[in-house]
Every structure is written in structure tokens, then in C-alpha cells.
Ligand binder design. Structure first.
Ligand code: NDP
Length: 445
């Protein structure tokens, strides 16, 4: 590998030794872009890779809040403003007990390239907290969100940093965060995306990541002369991304045979009843295990990982990072999986990703495949600036166009660099080139 890439990677391993998820993401990206660095020796003198790998700013703060019994709790809040080369920082907030600096940095770095791929003017950032919304009352979630925003508001704004949702942050949390931002600043402006439809949100934002995933999958299948219709899909997770990935898969004529949450998975060979999943997960905020009590003939198994042992044509991991490892990949290959498209960020371990590629499986990495969410967030920002709202059909059509454009850019870059069908390489290169050019043009900042 190129010496400059290697030395940057070595330095990163020393400086970020405890940030395993960040290193995992950075290693994949740096390996992919090495051939671009070969063509641009001027990047070394400009310290471009060192700058690319270091977030512009990391914010870490205390989030005190009061639980329903009157006890004061303290969580950690994070915002990593990774890169503003292409526009204001843009990326979600995650609320999950596993959140730490390594996870937020990995997500931030992925977001920089993902946002670049959309073609919209957005830099990359990510944030969140180790707060666990599960089992908390509405009041507790509200007080937590208000406290988080009481610190965060001074670092964000419609032209500086525009957060959105991610794991554990949906419409309810965005509402509480926006309310507090407005109260702290006195301004009603497009500082968050994923807002309610009556106060600046975009139609199709809720569906965007899941639908976008299927639009990209369809483009990838079409290139091979394959059709989505009739294929069996397994979808992990049952949150925002998973539900709307399943919905679009069904609309395309696929059968979704299983879904999961962090505790286990349900199998339904007739095809998952998605309205029931929505009722349980979106309305009741319940567990997926509840599905089998209301749907005779379906089956529940404890343990989320077991879902990858089920045979399928298409695997859509839509839960979380590193949820599909080499053993799972081997099981999928044995069952003859044709395509894997990542709804979640980095859901395959590096070993699993390598097995898929060696096995000739069509493999769409998250930074391309799940870019639909941030793409429609970008469209929400445009609508807010224009003080207009577009119809569902209009947003959906733009989303489809953007996803097709992302696929074509990744496919073209993979071909140009002599590895056709390697969409990991293609997406990393296509995303990186624009960021690198902008960084060079903007000087050493
Ligand atoms: P949600 O909180 O809506 O849903 C997350 C789902 O994943 C839930 O079913 C949850 O189960 C499950 N899950 C979470 N953690 C784990 C775990 N450790 N093991 C197994 N299952 C787990 O989040 P989203 O749907 O928004 O996000 C899912 C993924 O998609 C994340 O990787 C996110 O970064 C990525 N993404 C999201 C976008 C968006 O627009 N929302 C955009 C692009 C990517 P349980 O309910 O039991 O916790």
C-alpha cells in the first residue's frame, strides 16, 4: 500500500488505540482510497489525510436530568463536527447505552463520505449520548432531550451544524430537542431535520432511509440483469430503517420472512405482517416478541444474531454496527444469498464483508446504501430555506434519483480503479474525491 496511507494509518492506530470502531471504519476507508492517493502525490505535502482523519471539533459534555422519582442522573453528550469541507456539519444523534467517542467518530467519518455521495452541500458530523431511552417515561425522555439541547444549542444552527435522528432518536425526540432549541435561541429555524410535518418536516423523511436502501438495491440488481420481484429478504432490526426497508421491499414484490430487535427475531414464512410490526414498535414501543402472540403460525427465537442463519436471497442488516460476523456470513453464503445491502452503518464485521466480496455476493456498503435518510434531510433543509414543502411524490422521486446517482458514481469509480462490482471501494473513492478536492481548494484548514 502507498507509504503515505500506511504511515497515516499507523499514526491513527497509535493515537486512537482504544477507539476500535473508529479504527475499523478508518482502515476500510484508507485502504479503499489508497489508489487515489497514488494519483495525487500533492496530497501528502498538504497533510490531507491527517486532516481528513481528524475531526474538526469534538464536543463532550455533561447532560444532567431528573428521573421520575426525583433523582438526578448524569449522561454524556457528544457532538463530533467531523468535516465542513462540503457544507454545514450534518448527521444524526444516537441515544443508546453503547454510545462513546469511538462510535460517534466512526459514524462521523462515514457520514462525511455518505453526505458527499448524495451530491448535496453537506459536511459530516454525528452525535448522541449514552442515555438509554428504553423503559423511560415520556417525561424523562423530554427532560433528557431538553438538557442535552441546553448545551448543544450553542454549537449548532441551520448554517453551521444540523443534527437529525439515529438509533433511539425519532419524531418524539426531535420534537423535544427542537422545542428546547427554540426556547434557548428565540429562533424558529431549520436547525434539525426529521421534524414534524406541521412545523417544517419533509414528507418521506420517515421512509427515506429504508426506501432509499431498496432503490439502491434495485439499481445494483438491475445492473446484473436481476429483478427484486420474488426474492426472499431477511431484515434485521424493527426500527425506522428496518420498517421502511421492509415496506419498500414488499412493494417491489419481495417477501420479507424475518425481522428482529436487540432481544430476538421473528420468522413468518407467509411474509411479515408489517402493519402489526408498526403497531408494536411505532405505536406501542413494545418488543418484537409480541408479534408471535398476535400472529399465529409465526415463530420467535431469543437472540438477535440468529436471524442470519435463516435462508434468504437478500440480507438487509438494518439494526446496528458489527451485527453480522463471519459465522453469520458463512451461513448466508451456504443458503445462497445473492445480495447484501446495509441499512445500518457498518453492520458487517470486516471479516464478514470480505467473505461476501470473495463469495461474489452483490454487496452495497452503508455509506452508499443508507444515504437516503440524509439525502431527504438535505431536501428538508432546502424546503426550510425556501419556506416551501414538496409533495411526497416529489420528494420520493428526488430520493430515487439521488440513490441511482450514488449507485452509478460508486459503480463508475470501482470500474475506473479496476475493481468492477467492488462497491465498497467505489463508494469510498467517489465520496472521498469530492471532499479531498474541496479541502485542497480551501487551503490548510
Ligand atoms: P431505531 O432506533 O429506530 O431502530 C434500531 C433497531 O435496531 C431496533 O430494532 C433495535 O432494537 C435494533 N438494535 C439496536 N441496537 C442493537 C444491538 N446492539 N443489537 C441488535 N439490535 C439492535 O434506529 P434506526 O432504524 O434509525 O437506525 C438503525 C441503523 O441505521 C443504525 O445503524 C443507524 O446508524 C442507521 N441509519 C439510520 C438512519 C436514519 O435515518 N434513521 C440513516 C442512516 C443510517 P431494540 O428496539 O431492541 O433496541
Amino acid at each position: 500500500m502507498n507509504d503515505y496511507v500506511q504511515s497515516t494509518l499507523n499514526a491513527l492506530r497509535r493515537r486512537c488505540a482504544h477507539e476500535s470502531e473508529f479504527l475499523q471504519a478508518a482502515e476500510e476507508i484508507l485502504h479503499s482510497i489508497a489508489p487515489v492517493i497514488d494519483r495525487h502525490p500533492e496530497y501528502e505535502a498538504a497533510g490531507l489525510l491527517e486532516r481528513f482523519c481528524e475531526p474538526e471539533r469534538v464536543l463532550l459534555f455533561r447532560v444532567p436530568w431528573t428521573d421520575d422519582s426525583g433523582r438526578v442522573r448524569v449522561n454524556r453528550g457528544f457532538r463530533v463536527q467531523f468535516s465542513s469541507a462540503l457544507g454545514p456539519y450534518k448527521g444524526g444523534l444516537r441515544l443508546h447505552p453503547s454510545v462513546n467517542l469511538s462510535i460517534v467518530k466512526f459514524l462521523g467519518m462515514e457520514q462525511v463520505l455518505k453526505n458527499s455521495l448524495t451530491g448535496l452541500p453537506m459536511g459530516g458530523g454525528k452525535g448522541g449520548s449514552d442515555f438509554d431511552p428504553k423503559g423511560k417515561s415520556d417525561g424523562e425522555v423530554m427532560r433528557f432531550c431538553q438538557s442535552l439541547m441546553t448545551e448543544l444549542y450553542r454549537h449548532i444552527g441551520p448554517d453551521t451544524d444540523v443534527p437529525a435522528g439515529d438509533i433511539g432518536v425519532g419524531a418524539r425526540e426531535i420534537g423535544y430537542l427542537f422545542g428546547q432549541y427554540k426556547r434557548m435561541t428565540g429562533r424558529f429555524e431549520g436547525v434539525l431535520t426529521g421534524k414534524g410535518l406541521s412545523w417544517g418536516g419533509s414528507l418521506a423523511r420517515k421512509q427515506a432511509t429504508g426506501y432509499g436502501l431498496l432503490y439502491l438495491l434495485e439499481a445494483m440488481l438491475t445492473r446484473e440483469g436481476l429483478r427484486a420481484e420474488g426474492l426472499r429478504a431477511v431484515v434485521s432490526g424493527s426500527g425506522n430503517v428496518a420498517v421502511y426497508a421492509a415496506e419498500k421491499a414488499m412493494q417491489m414484490g419481495m417477501t420479507v420472512t424475518a425481522m428482529s430487535d436487540s432481544a430476538g427475531f421473528v420468522e413468518d414464512s407467509r411474509g411479515i405482517d408489517l402493519e402489526l410490526v408498526k403497531q408494536i414498535k411505532e405505536v406501542e414501543r413494545g418488543r418484537i416478541a409480541e408479534y408471535v402472540r398476535r400472529r399465529p403460525g409465526s415463530r420467535y427465537t431469543e437472540g438477535a444474531r440468529g436471524i442470519w442463519q435463516l435462508p434468504c436471497d437478500v440480507a438487509l442488516p438494518c439494526a446496528t454496527q458489527n451485527e453480522l460476523d463471519t459465522e453469520d456470513a458463512k451461513a448466508l453464503l451456504r443458503s445462497g444469498v445473492k445480495a447484501v445491502a446495509e441499512g445500518a452503518n457498518m453492520p458487517l464485521t470486516p471479516g464478514a464483508a470480505a467473505l461476501m466480496q470473495e463469495g461474489g455476493v452483490l454487496y452495497a456498503p452503508g455509506k452508499a446504501a443508507n444515504a437516503g435518510g440524509v439525502a431527504v434531510s438535505g431536501l428538508e433543509m432546502s424546503q426550510n430555506s425556501l419556506r416551501l414543502s414538496w409533495s411526497f411524490e416529489e420528494v420520493d422521486a428526488r430520493l430515487k434519483g439521488i440513490m441511482q446517482g450514488i449507485f452509478e458514481a460508486a459503480a463508475a469509480a470501482a470500474e475506473e480503479y479496476g475493481q468492477p462490482r467492488n462497491y465498497v471501494l467505489g463508494a469510498n473513492i467517489a465520496g472521498f474525491r469530492k471532499v479531498a478536492e474541496a479541502m485542497m481548494q480551501q487551503g490548510c484548514v
